[in-house]
Design a protein around this ligand. Structure first.
Ligand code: PLP
Length: 453
């Protein structure tokens, strides 16, 4: 930690030497950046002395809240005992064994194996290779195509960004890689409402896009369908109630793997341990990261069904894949301590039965603001759609698409971190947030909307 350096000097140094992810560098003024230097619970402090509420749990990851000394202590103890050893070449270690047991207990019954990665992107890279290897081992190497959805987010690596359906990401670096097919998303407010279909009809239509794609590509060529139960970075797209049951029907009738990307939805965000559980889906593979360690240390992984594990278990089969930091002992210790807190404090049940419903009701009430077209929330993450189709608003913000970022900046100035996605604002606070803190959050959000209006 650099002490005795002024906040401005830190920003100058950051400007000179730090290339930020997902940032328009030329447009980021030196003093526009915020240097976050401390955090506790749902609160952040910056080097200018501001206290800001972390309405995004970092990047949707700090599920247990900041500053949990129990996790810090578990990592410290692990680091002094065994700070690193790998899990390649016939070696393993106690924390990775304990964590794998814990995850297997938390996962659906038919899932009992974990492959570790360093992030959600690496987890999805692993999944892409794994599903193709699985079909090849089963004697169907032609089953190569992975179906995903437009506007999905599955990470930033070549495979992650290709699996994702973000047009802007595909426009850079020669993406997407071959044999990935994107179908429409079940985005009612942004796309469905304009079609003249009811919400339920639109949900069925969007699900049947999967069926149409499978028919077009040929079932014999499709390896898997990958999806976030609720698209997070795409804008907290909560699908119509008809969507997942129809997808389930389509997949059950076919020999195609279902991959649930639980990187945001996992570990309590929806009020269930996993988003696929919230929608009663039965995935073959699950990508996990973020809430696995609540972001205290970087870690991702893939939860693997017994059926897939069995195919990989055959003698003579080696999956030529892994990362130096697969199952890193300190990250395992952080994950174990984090999951222990989630279980002990009943955070998942709290989201489902208590704090989630409290938050949802207050969030929904923001719909009375003239700037809000829809306020939606499942569990503890939601979006405010900022009615960019109203002529007045178009004039105020001179062009549609900037409404979100302008309002987001107002929010930051008001002491609340929200995220902008197109013309919506996203919220996803730590699951440990209190009712009083939710009241503060809602008051800040309202102030933000008034300021932007
Ligand atoms: N999958 C989903 C659903 C995500 O939201 C993210 C990140 O936001 C990722 C994958 C990629 O995870 P990471 O940033 O840890 O690589």
């Amino acid at each position: 930690m650099r002490v005795n350096v002024s906040s401005h000097d830190l920003k100058v140094s950051d400007h000179k030497h730090h290339l930020h992810p997902f940032t328009e560098h030329g447009a980021l003024g030196i003093d526009e950046r915020r240097v976050i230097s401390r955090a506790d619970g749902v609160w952040l402090w910056d080097t200018d002395g501001n206290r800001i509420m972390d309405g995004m749990a970092g990047l949707w990851c700090v599920n247990v809240g900041h500053g949990r000394q129990e996790i810090v202590e578990a990592v410290r103890a692990q680091m002094s005992e065994l700070s690193y050893y790998n899990t390649f070449f016939k070696t393993t270690h106690p924390p990775v064994i304990e964590l794998s047991q814990m995850l297997s207990d938390l996962a659906p019954e038919h899932i009992n194996m974990v492959f570790y990665a360093g992030s959600g992107s690496e987890a999805n890279d692993t999944i892409l290779r794994l599903v193709r290897s699985y079909w090849a081992l089963k004697g169907q190497p032609g089953k190569n195509v992975v179906i995903s959805r437009k506007n999905a987010y599955h990470g930033s690596t070549m495979a992650g960004a290709s699996l994702g359906g973000m047009g802007a990401m595909h426009s850079q670096g020669g993406l997407p890689i071959p044999d990935i097919h994107h179908i429409d998303q079940p985005y009612w407010f942004g796309e469905g409402m304009m079609t003249g279909m009811s919400e339920d009809e639109f949900g069925l239509w969007a699900a049947r896009e999967l069926e149409r794609a499978i028919e077009e590509i040929g079932e014999e060529n499709v390896a898997a369908f990958i999806a976030e139960p609720i698209q997070g970075a795409g804008g907290v797209i909560v699908p119509p109630a008809t969507y997942w049951p129809e997808v389930k029907r389509i997949l059950e009738a076919r020999d195609i793997l279902f991959v649930s990307d639980e990187v945001i939805c996992g570990f309590g965000r929806t009020g269930e341990w996993f988003g696929s559980g919230y929608y009663d889906m039965k995935p073959d593979l699950m990508a996990i990261a973020k809430g696995l360690t609540s972001g205290y240390l970087p870690m991702g992984g893939v939860l693997v069904s017994d059926e897939i594990a069995e195919v990989l278990h055959n003698e003579g089969v080696e999956f030529f894949h892994g990362y130096t930091y697969s199952g890193h002992p300190a990250c395992c210790a952080a994950a174990i301590a984090n999951l222990t807190i989630i279980k002990r404090e009943g955070l998942v049940e709290r989201v489902r039965d208590q704090i989630g419903p409290y938050f949802q009701e207050r969030w929904k009430a923001l719909e009375d603001h003239p700037m809000v077209g829809q306020a939606r929330m499942v569990g503890m993450f939601g979006a405010l759609e900022l009615v960019p189709d109203e002529n007045d608003l178009k004039k105020r913000f001179d062009n549609v698409g900037k409404v979100g970022t302008i309002t987001r900046d107002h929010s930051f100035a008001n002491g609340l971190v929200m995220r902008a996605v197109r013309d919506s604002l996203i919220i996803s606070p730590p699951l440990s947030i209190t009712e009083e803190e939710i009241d503060v959050l809602i008051a800040s959000a309202r102030k933000t909307l008034d300021a932007a209006w």
